[in-house]
Design a protein around this ligand. Structure first.
Ligand code: KIV
Length: 272
C-alpha cells in the first residue's frame, strides 16, 4: 500500500528515511521567523531548515560567520512556534562545534532545549566527527553538510562549484560514508557536480538533500528569500525563482505611501 506522505501529521527523521526507501522526494526550505514558517508548514513542506543563511538574508552580513548561537536560537524558537508538521532542523553556527566536542554538545543541547527544534545541522566531514559522535550519543539527530560549506569561505576564498577534482571528490565520498556510518539521519550536498551527488545518493543509506547538486538526490533545499525573489543579488545557476517579491512588496509599499500622502488612506470605512 502506498503512503501519502502529505497526510503524515509530523515528519520525523524516520519518515525521511522511509521516503528515501520509497523514492519520494523530500522538499526542504529555509525559514527564520514565525510568519514564513507558518506559510511553509501550511503548504506542506517536509523539512524547514533554520539556516545560518539568516546571517545573510535576515541580518545583512556578507557571510554566515557572524551569526551567534543566541541569534540562531531566537530564529529557531520563532519557527518552532509556527510549525506543526515539518521537521525543524537548526544550523549550528560557526564557532560553536569546531573547537571541541564538549562545546559542540553544549551548543547542540542549548539549541534543542531552548528552541524546541527536532535536529541540528553542522558542516564538515571527518574533521567534525568527534563532535558529531558526541551530539548523536546525547540522542540529538544530526544532519551533515558537505561540498560548498559556507562557514569555510575564508579557507576557499570563493563560492565556486566544489569537488571538481578527483581528490576533492573522493574526500567528499569518504566523508559522506563517515557521516552516514556515524549515524547522521541525512546530509546536505551543496554545489557539487550532479554525477558525484548521484553517486553519493546511491551509495549511502541516509537521505541526501541537494542544493546545486542536480536531481538524482533524495530531496532539494533552497534559501527561502532567494526562491521568493526577495534577495536579488544572488543568482547562481541552481536557483529557480518562484516569485519576484522584492518588486511586489516594493510596489505595495509605494501604493501605501501614495495613499497616505494623498489622504486616500484611511477612508470613511477604515476609521472609527
Ligand atoms: O544556511 C543555509 O541556508 C544552508 C542551506 C543553503 C543548505 O545551509
Amino acid at each position: 500500500m502506498s503512503t501519502n506522505y502529505r497526510n503524515i501529521p509530523k515528519v520525523t527523521t524516520h519518515v525521511l528515511q522511509e521516503m528515501k526507501l520509497r523514492g519520494e522526494k523530500v522538499a526542504m526550505l529555509t525559514a527564520y521567523d514565525y510568519s514564513f514558517a507558518k506559510i511553509l508548514d501550511g503548504a506542506g513542506i517536509d523539512v524547514i531548515l533554520v539556516g545560518d543563511s539568516a546571517s545573510n538574508v535576515m541580518a545583512g552580513y556578507t557571510s554566515t560567520l557572524p551569526i551567534t548561537l543566541n541569534e540562531m536560537i531566537y530564529h529557531a524558537s520563532s519557527v518552532v512556534r509556527a510549525v506543526k508538521r515539518a521537521l525543524v532542523v537548526v544550523d549550528m553556527p560557526f564557532g560553536t562545534y569546531q573547537g571541541n566536542s564538549k562545546e559542540a554538545l553544549c551548543s547542540a543541547i542549548r539549541i534543542m532545549k531552548e528552541s524546541g527544534a527536532d535536529a541540528v545541522k553542522l558542516e564538515g566531514g571527518k574533521e567534525v566527527l568527534e563532535s558529531v559522535d558526541r551530539i548523536l550519543s546525547a540522542g540529538i539527530p544530526v544532519m551533515g553538510h558537505l561540498g560548498l560549506t559556507p562557514q569555510s569561505i575564508h579557507k576557499f576564498g570563493t563560492y565556486v562549484v566544489r569537488a571538481t577534482t578527483e581528490d576533492e571528490a573522493s574526500k567528499l565520498v569518504d566523508d559522506a560514508h563517515v557521516l552516514s556510518r556515524a549515524g547522521c539521519f541525512s546530509i546536505v550536498l551543496e554545489k557539487i557536480p550532479a554525477k558525484l551527488a548521484a553517486r553519493v545518493t546511491s551509495e549511502i543509506k541516509i537521505p541526501v538533500i541537494g542544493i546545486g547538486a542536480g536531481r538524482e538526490v533524495d530531496g532539494q533545499v533552497l534559501v527561502l528569500h532567494d526562491m521568493l525573489g526577495i534577495t536579488l543579488d544572488f543568482s547562481p545557476r541552481f536557483l529557480r525563482r518562484y516569485n519576484n517579491l522584492y518588486e511586489e512588496i516594493k510596489g505595495s509599499v509605494s501604493s501605501y505611501i501614495n495613499d497616505v500622502k494623498s489622504l486616500d488612506f484611511p477612508n470613511e470605512r477604515e476609521q472609527y
